[in-house]
Design a protein around this ligand. Structure first.
Ligand code: G6P
Length: 614
């Protein structure tokens, strides 16, 4: 979590850093800070509790001059979110400033040693040890800042993306990474650095993604230098980004989340572009075709993911088992990585991640890779760590997702999984041409069906107001709709802070039914499929106990509409693709309830979009 940004060049650094922090605020927003080497040679550090706009207010009337600086927006791990614990942290003589994203696991031991050497710690953070360690080494070894950073990093255990500047050295920024993301932008006589490319793309599209244990030296008037911790020079590849600024702005929408919900017809067209061919009724994913033997011979598929991506994985399990007849296990990456899992060489591990940076998912990838499995990534952020660590994969191509609660990434992931399952099934010969054709046709119709559902946003908004009283919600679904129910419940709790549980509808009788009374809203996905009658019985059971039912039904439903308190109709589609439609009203319901309750929809409390710590 945490966002870091840095600049060195001819321009004023402050506006670039502040704008960059706003772009990275999705990564954490409990405190923020900036360090600038001012035009008079001072190292000016301003920090505040709260969001970036509070930092801006705090820095008004202060010296914000200088064309070199670093800045940070925090998601607290060690030490409460307050002004002192906010980054940048600085050395005792206030000559070195440092920002950090990640966790230093051995900070306690290092801190103890540094205290014995006379260092005074001002904060409760793990990060402060890095800056004191650099300072200590710099003095002891009488060496350059760069060398001191390099030696200090050799002693760190954990994850870091850092940037360092020093008073009296206005021509240099040093940055380094291990297990936390770091991108360097290369402009004309200027460098940018950031946790992702969004703060950079406005100024340059040429970027370098640092690898683990690499240190970058950015010096005025010189080219980028990258070395490893042992000082071996590393070559770096400059990549050209496709990202545009409009993808990073809210436009006419009140929130990024609403914009991203409404973008889904387009983003799903983009996810499918070049991968399905409607004329030829075909699916072609290069990641599968290029590795067809691996997929043909896979003994088992293990899907690893977290949060919303894990919900997409549950739908993937259903799709792959149905279409490809390969056993699939879906694992929380955080559990999988510490369970000493059994992994076979003929296993395929699919890692699903919007950000491509989730620490647990990345670790699960590394463990599986080390044990010989073939790793396939389904990610959104191009060039991020997970796709760079997989053997093959598919980007979901939904563009930057900025709202902390995931929406368009979920539907992009489910679409990518549907394409993957269809392509594996084709390669394995477990699907008939007729079924393939019907799936391709239905997939191609999903975007316009979503457009129809989005037209209901205002009516969902109207009735959602009634439910702002609720302290709890239950979401039910069966089969393919069960993960959609989980996802609907997650959306609601993330952004409205109303407690919500997703359950397989039939499981309700084994506990949650005890909660049902006239205050309990129950959202049921009751679309027409082979489990429909059973779900209708579950609805009756809720009604008999006075629960308040909000049902998502297929257009023209005549049964549930008579029992439910509120019905949202969605177009009919293939059962396996139904979550792509049923999740849309659930996203809208959560959104409208949260807005009515006055919640900070795009940046809900305590959450962060990119979870780069365990
Ligand atoms: C965080 C985000 C979620 C996301 C999860 C996994 O919790 O707030 O929206 O689903 O991380 O992230 P990933 O980037 O790996 O999909």
């Amino acid at each position: 979590m945490c966002g870091i940004v840095g600049y060195i060049g001819e321009r004023d650094a402050y506006p670039i850093l502040i704008k960059g922090l706003h772009r990275l605020e999705y990564r954490g927003y409990d405190s923020a800070g900036v360090a600038l080497l001012g035009s008079n040679g001072n190292l000016n550090i301003y920090k505040t509790k709260g969001k970036v706009k509070e930092l801006e207010e705090f820095s008004q009337q202060k010296d914000i001059s200088g064309n070199i600086g670093i800045a940070h927006t925090r998601w607290a791990t060690h030490g409460e979110p307050n002004q002192t614990n906010a980054h940048p942290h600085f050395s005792m003589d206030e000559s070195i400033a440092l920002i950090h994203n990640g966790i230093i696991e051995n900070y306690a031991v290092l801190k103890e040693t540094l205290i014995q050497k006379g260092f005074i710690f001002r904060t409760n953070t793990d990060t402060e040890v890095i800056v004191h360690l650099i300072d200590f080494i710099r003095r002891e070894e009488k060496t350059t800042l760069f060398r001191a950073v390099q030696l200090a990093l050799q002693q760190l255990i954990g994850a870091f993306a850092i940037a360092v500047i020093e008073k009296g050295n206005p021509d240099t920024i040093i940055a380094a990474r291990k297990s936390s993301p770091l991108v360097i932008g290369i402009g004309e006589d200027e460098f940018f650095l950031a946790s992702d490319a969004t703060p950079i793309v406005e100024y340059t599209k040429d970027v370098v993604y640092l690898n683990d244990n690499e240190i970058a030296l950015m010096e005025r008037g010189k080219g980028l230098k990258v070395v490893d911790l042992l000082n071996v020079e590393k070559s770096h590849v400059i990549q050209h980004l496709e990202l545009t600024i409009s993808q990073l702005e809210k436009g006419e929408f009140e929130h990024f989340m609403l914009k991203e919900i409404f973008e889904q017809p387009r983003t799903l067209r983009d996810s499918m572009k070049g991968r399905i061919n409607i004329e030829e009724n075909n699916v072609a994913l290069s990641g599968v075709i290029d590795n067809s033997e691996k997929f043909k011979n896979a003994r088992r598929i293990i899907i690893v993911a977290c949060g919303t991506s894990w919900h997409a994985g549950l739908i993937g399990e259903h799709l792959i088992e149905t279409l490809c007849r390969i056993p699939v296990e879906v694992e929380y990456a955080s559990e999988f990585r510490y369970r000493n899992p059994v992994i076979y060489q003929d296993d395929i591990v699919i890692a699903i991640s919007q950000s491509g940076e989730t620490a647990d998912t990345l670790a699960a990838v590394e463990i599986s890779k080390a044990q010989g499995a073939f790793i396939y990534g389904i990610c959104n952020a191009v060039g991020s760590s997970i796709p760079r660590n997989t053997h093959s994969g598919s980007y979901i191509h939904v563009g930057p997702e900025i709202g902390v609660a995931s929406t368009k990434a979920f539907t992009g992931q489910v679409t990518a999984l549907a394409l993957l399952a269809l392509n594996i099934a084709k390669v394995k010969g477990t699907i008939t041409q007729e079924t393939l054709e019907s799936f391709v046709k239905e997939l191609s119709l999903i975007p316009e069906k979503i457009e129809k559902i989005l037209e209901k946003s205002d009516s969902i908004k109207r009735f959602s107001r009634i439910f702002t009283y609720a302290k709890n919600f239950i979401y039910l679904g069966r089969g393919f709709s069960y993960p959609a129910a989980l996802e609907g419940a997650l959306k609601l709790k993330e952004i409205s802070y109303i407690h919500a549980e997703g359950y397989p509808a039939a499981e309700m009788k084994h506990g949650p039914i005890a909660l049902i009374d006239s205050d309990m809203p129950v959202v049921v996905i009751a679309t027409r499929n082979n489990l429909y009658d059973k779900v209708v019985s579950n609805i009756q059971e809720i009604k008999a106990r006075n629960g308040r039912i909000i049902a998502v039904v297929t257009e023209g439903d005549a049964v549930v509409s008579k029992i439910a308190d509120y019905c949202i109709e969605i177009p009919e589609t293939h059962e396996a693709l139904d979550p792509l439609l049923s999740v849309i009203p659930l996203q809208l319901l959560a959104y409208h309830i949260a807005v009515t309750k006055g919640r900070d929809v795009d940046q809900p409390r305590n959450l962060a979009k990119s979870v780069t710590v365990e």
